[in-house]
Design a protein around this ligand. Structure first.
Ligand code: ADP
Length: 560
């Protein structure tokens, strides 16, 4: 606020996670509960893969991925099949291995065969969890160098979903000219990994004051270069925006569960917003590929430089400053309580003397185009309803039965005994993957797996998404008569889970009724006690690679 603070303001700026400071009962926190967990490599992969199962075309911006060691057999089998079917050359298959908790390129390596995996399981030790991904062999190059894009995205609210994208981003360049991977260059990190933290150690790294040269440039300068080559940069932007929206839609259902567990409706608590760092690669054909999403992107605007032999100083980095200052400034302007009272205008009032917003609202602005993707969100609404508002994240067997009964899903083909077996089977498999979990029962991803199973049994449509839609309609119709409608996408559903940000979005055409804040049956039907928020676990996630149902992965702490 260069003009000085005008009014009292209670925005808490946490460095790491929502739980940096507990017991906040009002105001706004710059982190969502569970976001850090959801964006770990494995959890992000699982959330996107669930969407890939329903909408393979729409979610093909994320490389094919396997979670190891759980999916080692599938990974090996698929690589073998790929190699056998590939008449050209086995050189075409390269994979990138990323440790689950890693960042800044740490521990990342390329392989061409499962035998090259280094999972590090010594005798008695547990193998490290990693995500293995198809390596994008043909990235777009500029000056013969591979680069990736860092875009800043503000999730202004989850309920209703509001997403802003910064109009300017960064591009981070490799420092060794790119060649398609071959046995000799697989270990060349300066050729294959675009991380700033790695490349800055290369002698070829160029710190530049110009925004269009050097090893870190603005995204707009790259787009300008591409436009001069005749590239349709409007199309590139619109593909990037749609990647961002689809990714947030994939993350939102689980985030709602965390949100309701940490900040139950009706209890005092803050509202949340968060700046995310999206890392995106453009392929040679200009298709954006999602690499990862950072929950705590670096906002540094200086870098370390050797100003004299052996003397290091922090010096300003004009490119970082150009991009990041606007993101922070405009996030604060958007979150400013005074602004909200005035209806959360996107454009700044002229009299505040600041430039217009560098953040572009993309959701709910484009929500109509994406609403059909919100099937898992609707499943999460059912889950939350039967979970109740006691602060837990797992559905007990009685609550699952209540869900089946209220939605009238049990019949001669699906007797209650089969429902119990289904519950036990799925819950046990997920529990096996997280023996240290404090809460037993069915997390959201396990519930989604059960829902997909029920949908397949009940509806014979060939596509999973149609089966799921049909079952959702049945459930919602039954529940509507009972306690108000369960509604679809976030902008329509206000009071169900995260009821604080209750103002209807501008331009919303929703005519649906708000969902019930809680189910009368749910709180009493769930036998699990409430556990402290800070020790709550993230629900584990399904692995449905090519419709297989292997055991789930390790659960991780909600926040550290
Ligand atoms: P980290 O969190 O450690 O930075 P990333 O997933 O961002 O991990 O990967 C590090 C770098 O590896 C990326 O910046 C990118 O240059 C490269 N990379 C990651 N995934 C792929 C992929 N599937 N294909 C090609 N390059 C990739």
């Amino acid at each position: 606020f260069p003009l000085g603070r005008r009014a009292s303001c209670d925005i808490y700026w946490h460095g790491v996670s929502f739980h940096d400071t507990d017991h906040i009962v009002s105001g706004q926190v710059n982190k969502f509960p569970g976001m850090m967990e959801m964006l770990r490599k494995i959890n992000l992969s699982r959330a996107v893969r669930t969407m890939q199962e329903l909408f393979p075309e729409e979610y093909n911006f994320y490389p094919r991925s396997w979670i190891l060691p759980e999916e080692y057999q599938q990974f090996s089998a698929q690589i073998r099949a790929l190699k056998e079917s590939d008449t050209l050359s086995s050189d075409h298959h390269t994979f990138i291995v990323k440790p689950d908790g890693g960042s800044q390129g740490d521990g990342i390596y390329l392989i061409r065969d499962p035998s090259e995996l280094r999972l590090g399981a010594g005798p008695g030790a547990q193998a490290k969890q990693v995500v293995v991904q198809e390596y994008v062999r043909r990235p777009l190059l500029i000056d013969r160098l591979k680069f990736d894009i860092r875009l800043y995205v503000l999730v202004k609210s989850l309920e209703p979903l509001q997403i802003y994208i910064a109009k300017e981003g960064l591009t981070r360049f490799c420092t060794e000219p790119y060649q398609e991977p071959n046995q000799k260059n697989l270990s060349h990190v300066f050729m294959h990994l675009t991380n700033y933290s790695l490349n800055v150690q290369s002698g070829a790294f160029v710190h530049s004051d110009s925004q269009s040269t050097g090893s870190k440039r603005t995204f707009s300068s790259v787009l300008y270069r591409l436009a001069s080559r005749g590239v349709d940069i409007k199309k590139v932007w619109s593909d990037v925006i749609s990647l961002v929206i689809k990714t947030v839609i994939a993350l939102a259902p689980e985030l709602r569960v965390h949100y309701q567990a940490d900040i139950p409706p009706g209890k005092p608590g803050p509202t949340c917003f968060q700046i995310l760092g999206f890392d995106i690669l453009l392929t040679k054909n200009l298709k954006p590929v999602l690499l990862e999403v950072n929950s705590n992107p670096s906002m540094r605007i200086e870098h370390e430089q050797e100003v004299a032999p052996g003397v290091f100083e922090y010096v300003p980095s004009p490119v970082d400053e150009e991009v990041k200052v606007c993101v922070i400034r405009d996030t604060l302007r958007l979150m400013d309580p005074g602004q909200s009272k005035q209806g959360g205008r996107e454009e700044a009032p002229a009299e505040d003397g600041l430039p217009s917003l560098s953040l572009k609202q993309v959701y709910p602005k484009y929500s109509r185009q994406f609403r059909y993707l919100c099937l898992v969100d609707r499943i999460a609404a059912l889950f939350l309803r039967f979970l109740g508002i006691k602060g837990n994240m797992r559905l007990g067997p009685t609550a699952f039965r209540t869900f089946i009964r209220c939605c009238k899903l049990s019949n001669a083909n699906l007797p209650m005994a089969s429902v119990d077996i289904l519950y036990i089977d799925i819950a046990r498999r997920w529990a096996a993957s997280a023996p240290d979990a404090r809460e037993a029962g069915m997390g959201l991803q396990a519930f989604v797996e059960a829902f997909f199973h029920l949908a397949g049994r009940r509806c014979k449509a060939p596509l999973l998404r149609d089966q799921v839609s049909a079952l959702l309609e049945v459930c919602e119709a039954h529940l509507e008569g009972q306690a108000g409608a369960l509604t679809a996408c976030s902008e329509d559903r206000r009071s169900l889970s995260c009821g604080r940000a209750a103002a209807p979005p501008r331009g919303s055409s929703s005519s649906r009724t708000p969902a019930a804040a809680s189910s009368t049956s749910s709180s009493s039907s769930n036998p699990r006690p409430c556990s402290p928020a800070s020790t709550r676990r993230a629900a584990s996630h399904d692995q449905r690679l090519q419709r297989s149902r292997p055991t789930g992965g390790r659960r991780t702490h909600v926040e550290n």
